[in-house]
Design a protein around this ligand. Sequence first.
Ligand code: NAG
Ligand code: NAG
Ligand code: NAG
Ligand code: NAG
Length: 302
Amino acid sequence: MCLIYVFGALIVITNGVYSQGMTTLPSKQNAVRDLFVAVGSPVKILCTEGKEIRVEWRLNSSVLYSNPILYIQNTSLKDQGIYTCHQQNGDLIQTLSLHLGYPPSPPDVYCWSPSYPKRAICSWTLNPDPILPTHYITTYRTYSDPLSSAQQCQKWEEQDSQCVLEELKMFEIEPTLINITAINALGSATRIWPFLFEDIVKPDPPVNVTVMVMPGRKLSVQWGPPPTWLDPVNFPLKYKVKFYWGKPETARTLGPYESNKMVLSGLVAGRTYYIQISAKDFLDGGQSSSWSGPISATIPVN
Ligand SMILES: *[C@@H]1O[C@H](CO)[C@@H](O)[C@H](O)[C@H]1NC(C)=O
Ligand SMILES: *[C@@H]1O[C@H](CO)[C@@H](O)[C@H](O)[C@H]1NC(C)=O
Ligand SMILES: *[C@@H]1O[C@H](CO)[C@@H](O)[C@H](O)[C@H]1NC(C)=O
Ligand SMILES: *[C@@H]1O[C@H](CO)[C@@H](O)[C@H](O)[C@H]1NC(C)=O
């Protein structure tokens, strides 16, 4: 347990609870002080130091109680709000904004490369959600080169929990290490995630899937490579075709195909078929893409 004085208020902190900016004294008494506390921890704040005057605490402007000590034994999210302490004549003594949440846990990281070998993307989540504002320091470096300085993993598509790795070397023997460090007012946590570039190749799904009914109860299926796959010439893709009627669990998968079209035959008149395509690196690196959205076509009865 530690005791900290904040502009005349005594704040008692237990269970490793931290609070931002507690060591600096505000210049104005009516400045709002942000207090960050872990859910479940106690909070104890003295309104005035020493002086035996009658005061009252208010929460969101409603009177809480007439007591110089604000004490919450087991904080929960519903205790969040603006706490103000007033003299009996209503004069404001201090204002406190109580924020509850959790220190970050090590991020769960997932990286994939939809644009091999140009770039890879990493995405992460925190469990539980820390609720409090949390920011990230994201760096990566190649394990085999400990002297090389870590590179920044830049924010990707304006997402706070996604970053992009560029200029990764192909066919490295040692893994690249990405370091995602989550930081908020209650603490920080780091996850180091090692990966080999070739193992995380995962194209986006193929696009522009079209299905045409052909004579003889056949369907002609065509598609285009995922536009995020930047170089289909030097890094070709192969495709699988999934089709079903009725329940999706009954689907059959055909392929792989190296071209962007195929013909489904032996189909049954009157049935509506659903067709989906997935792409994979031609050399079998990494994973298959997700399936494209189903496109349907009905075989005419006559
Ligand atoms: C604090 O409150 C939570 C939720 O109401 C409860 O589950 C927990 O047991 C309480 N902890 C203590 C130490 O009272
Ligand atoms: C106080 O106000 C905050 C912010 O508007 C709100 O989130 C919180 O639920 C309120 N607390 C109470 C106890 O009314
Ligand atoms: C991960 O990044 C954090 C924040 O930059 C840094 O403090 C930590 O030392 C790094 N850890 C490793 C193992 O590189
Ligand atoms: C998909 O269709 C759009 C619009 O018709 C076209 O601009 C685009 O080039 C096509 N992409 C591929 C990979 O075929």
